[in-house]
Design a protein around this ligand. Sequence first.
Ligand SMILES: [Zn+2]
Length: 146
Amino acid sequence: MTDPARTEMTGKVALSDTEWRAKLTPEQYRITRQHGTERAGSSPLNGEKRRGMFQCVCCGAPLFSSLAKFDSGTGWPSFDRPLEETAVSEHADRSLFVQRTEVRCARCEAHLGHVFADGPHATTGLRYCINGAALSFKPEDKLEGA
Ligand SMILES: [Zn+2]
């Protein structure tokens, strides 16, 4: 009855530190596994305007649709909502002496960025400020079955 492939698709992904290091570039590792932040404007995904899906660079989980992307002018890819509420998890972060809300991939706990309440008023009012290095982009014409 249990389909192993399906379990792997829906279950959590938990690799050891060594395994993540081997799988990711040093910059991807620093940001997603050590809660780093990329330099503003450094990600090529800032200017990505094609339709498609932004996926977790660590585990491939679909996280943000291009339809939710907007130009925030901050230098980080910004979205007004995750693909699904369950795609990301949110955690209180006091590391800069201000209350911020950290956003992680719900499947593998990768640090993605933070969510702020200064997003577009016309939609959700939220701004998911995400490190481009935590994402990989799949253009719509390369998505299977979408
Ligand atoms: Zn992930």
